[in-house]
Design a protein around this ligand. Sequence first.
Ligand code: PLP
Ligand code: COI
Length: 341
Amino acid sequence: MEKKNIDWANLGFGYMPTDKRFVANYKDGKWDEGVLVSDAAVVISECAGVLQYSQSCFEGMKAYTTEDGHIVTFRPDLNGERMEDSCRRLEMPVFPKEKFVEAIAKTIEANAAWVPPYGSGATFYVRPYMFATGPVIGVKPADEYQFRVFGTPVGPYFKGGVKPLTLRVCDFDRAAPHGTGHIKAGLNYAMSLHAIVTAHAEGFDENMYLDAATRTKVEETGGANFLFVTKDNKVVTPKSSTILPSITRRSLLTVAKDYLGLEVEERTVYFDEVKDFAECGLCGTAAVISPVGKIVDHGKEICFPSGMTEMGPVITKLRDTLTGIQMGSIKAPDGWIKVIK
Ligand code: PLP
Ligand code: COI
């Protein structure tokens, strides 16, 4: 199989249509088998539940080419489980996680020529998503849904690759107590758009959201969880019922403990403590681990000792170990890597 002629090293985090996408439809109370199709266009009713009341959810994951030439993906079962959770909370029909994993495998395999080569610095981002296609005009769940998966080659999520980021403490909230912050609902991201546009306009790379109820606890950013490192090398990550349970963050805690022998803590992190940490990073599928150099709280700067030019030593080790596991140069824990071909 010949790879596409793409300048892999200079890709940003953007969309380009690839050859095939997976489509399954839910009608009369059941999912059909689903097929791979070539047409990237979606045609739905003007009154579809997704258009009227934003009934949609999605996932994000990556496929990698390993050193020995296989195409693999990372813990897809956890994305499948999280999508099941999103569906239940949004009154959407669950797309079973076993079928989910099959669908992403088919999509990746059918687009193998678009999966960036090992060592190129790029990866293949896979986007499973579901939305209500059935018409609704009263506020209620639709009767019909579509589940789709496409993939697109991507470079780093943040411009400048792994250069430390500057965040601002955001005055907007991302998620309400007992709301939808813990699931991957499209509406959470619509909510964050004004916050990210204004952050960028003010020269910041991302927003740090605090908890909506007390505004004293660190939550997450618009697209990644936080990871902090204490001055004595302990890895600390916020625990909250209103943040997305990041698969990258959960994996990094295992990497920190079992591969690097570090102590880890998943707990409430108060904003007041942030100034005392030695390193800070954002973790997620798209972000991998991106270092944070500075957080600005209404003019007051918190500058991490790791600085604005380089990634701190612990975050570097975490990143290298995780990406080594994903690309096959470091042995993965059982069940973490699914070989596609
Ligand atoms: N938090 C938010 C709000 C996200 O959108 C994402 C991305 O999926 C993450 C965290 C990271 O999650 P994961 O590591 O599962 O990609
Ligand atoms: C991901 O990391 O997969 C995300 O979904 C984050 C962002 C692109 C929304």
